[in-house]
Design a binder for this molecule. Structure first.
Ligand code: SF4
Ligand code: SF4
Length: 465
């Protein structure tokens, strides 16, 4: 029987591209590569305008803190280094490279000289870090740091191939077309973590991918395929862990705190490419779909490619777009620029017309139907959380567990009263986090002041002596 979690719901999956083979997008005329494509510190460009760069060359590095480098996805000339607006309103420095069309590879790219069984865990971590790999399911946490923090703490390696967001089929196609690279990437990660077992979790709306993996894993007692019920948000790591292990991840804890580590299928593929071929992360698979797209496709896209190039390769727009979304329709981010660049976290580009935009054309009115409560995978009371947000009762919202909301959007999607619940929740979470940060900063400043004053008193005492 397919495994699942409590709560959630079945939503139309719109997997229109499930049979669309991955095509390579012809390299664009230019790429605009953001210096922040992962959680952590921003990279600083290490090239300047006018430099000639090679495909795979490092063009940005993190000086200190959490983060990994970014690489040129084409060869050519750096024509600009400028700030552009990211979807969340922040400004991010981009390195713009005019493509010379030669695709000349950086000579430093070559396969690692040792056999996999001879590579140490530290060496794998170093390769993964230098290749700039971060989680490709959307969270974009640097993979090397995830491995480091999991070593010695985890017993279960889970590969997340649930791909529960509607429209997106990038992982599905990768499993069908390149199962061995994913499996070999898993083996490399198992070696890095010192584990002897791994599970690949796939929803049961991808039976062809499940069969393909099982064909390749026949006789394997180290990697198994787990069939998950098709239900949203099955791909959320908390739900995945519960479905597979029957354990709830407490709020504020990481999967590694309960012995699990989760990687996305495309991340495993990227790890294999880095170790086997020395190839840094410079491209990814993107599903381009939505009712405005003439011919939806799955494409292998160089990072930094403008969305417009991807859309044009899919036959262009056939209707006036209302919304462009980076990622899935439930948890993706609306973009304000059709020339926004594809990044390590862009699993999909979805373009919707007015008719597919969620309308809040009637005044919201909770009719106490309880649907949002019934479907919330985190067992919250979304209707209450929305009310608290409206009245500014943020402390009460915190008492009711607002900070454990995973922002899956299930509550809003299903609300007959047109209450934009998740938007209210986001507002509350932002408010609480801002207040907490301010309190922590004030506390740190006050502690520093006390220490300085104590030091001064001590110095004065010693002078008196
Ligand atoms: S689903 Fe909407 S209408 Fe129903 S209880 Fe929740 S907020 Fe109210
Ligand atoms: S967005 Fe938050 S409150 Fe709404 S269903 Fe998802 S976890 Fe529950």
């Amino acid at each position: 029987m397919a495994l699942t979690f409590r709560g959630g719901m079945h939503i139309d999956d719109h997997k229109n591209t499930r049979r669309c083979k991955i095509e390579a997008l012809p390299p664009p005329a230019y790429v605009s590569i953001p210096m922040s494509q992962h959680i952590g510190a921003h990279c600083a460009p290490c090239v300047k305008v006018g430099d000639t760069v090679l495909k795979g060359q490092v063009i940005g590095r993190v000086e200190t803190g959490l983060g990994c480098p970014v690489h040129a996805s084409v060869s050519g000339k750096v024509t600009a280094i400028k700030e552009i607006n990211a979807a969340n309103g922040t400004k991010i420095v981009n390195v713009v490279i005019s493509n010379d069309g030669c695709g000349t590879l950086d000579p430093s790219i070559h396969p690692y000289q040792k056999r996999i069984q001879d590579i140490t865990s530290d060496e794998i971590i170093e390769i993964v870090k230098n290749a700039g790999i971060s989680g490709m399911g959307g969270a974009t946490f640097p993979t090397y740091a995830k491995i480091q923090s999991a070593i010695g703490k985890v017993q279960h390696l889970i590969v997340n191939c649930a791909e529960c967001e509607p429209y997106i089929t990038a992982n599905h196609r990768l499993l069908l077309e390149s199962p061995t690279t994913v499996i070999n990437g898993i083996k490399i990660l198992m070696r890095a973590l010192g584990l002897r077992k791994a599970e690949i979790a796939v929803e049961d709306n991808k039976l062809d991918a499940i069969n393909k993996l099982e064909e390749h894993l026949v006789g394997s007692d180290i990697i198994s395929v787990k069939v998950m019920k098709t239900k949203y948000p099955q791909g959320d790591e908390r739900q995945l862990i519960y479905a597979l292990k029957g354990v709830e991840l407490p709020t504020g804890k990481l999967p590694s705190d309960i012995g699990c580590v989760i990687f996305n299928a495309e991340t495993c593929h990227a790890v294999f490419e880095a170790v086997a071929h020395g190839m840094p992360l410079i491209e990814r698979i993107v599903t381009c779909d939505g009712d405005c797209i003439r011919t939806p496709k799955n494409l292998r896209v160089p990072l930094g490619t403008p969305y417009l190039d991807v859309i044009n390769y899919c036959g262009g727009l056939r209707a006036q777009p209302k919304k462009i979304v980076n990622g899935g329709p439930m948890m993706g981010t609306a973009q304000w620029d059709i020339e926004a660049p594809v990044t390590k976290g862009t699993s999909a580009i979805l373009v919707f017309s007015e008719k597919n935009d969620l309308h809040y054309d009637q005044p919201e009115a909770c009719i106490r139907c309880g649907r949002c409560v019934r479907n919330c995978p985190m067992h919250l009371m979304p209707n209450y959380l929305a009310s608290f947000s409206k009245t500014g009762a943020y402390e009460q919202a915190e008492d009711y567990g607002v900070m454990s909301c995973v922002e899956c959007g299930t509550c809003s999607y299903n609300c007959p009263g047109q209450v934009p619940i998740v938007q209210y929740i986001r507002k509350t979470k932002t408010h609480i986090s801002t207040v907490k940060r301010a309190q922590q900063a004030a506390l740190a400043a006050s502690k520093a002041e006390t220490t300085a004053s104590e030091d001064k008193n001590q110095a004065a005492k010693e002078e008196t002596k």
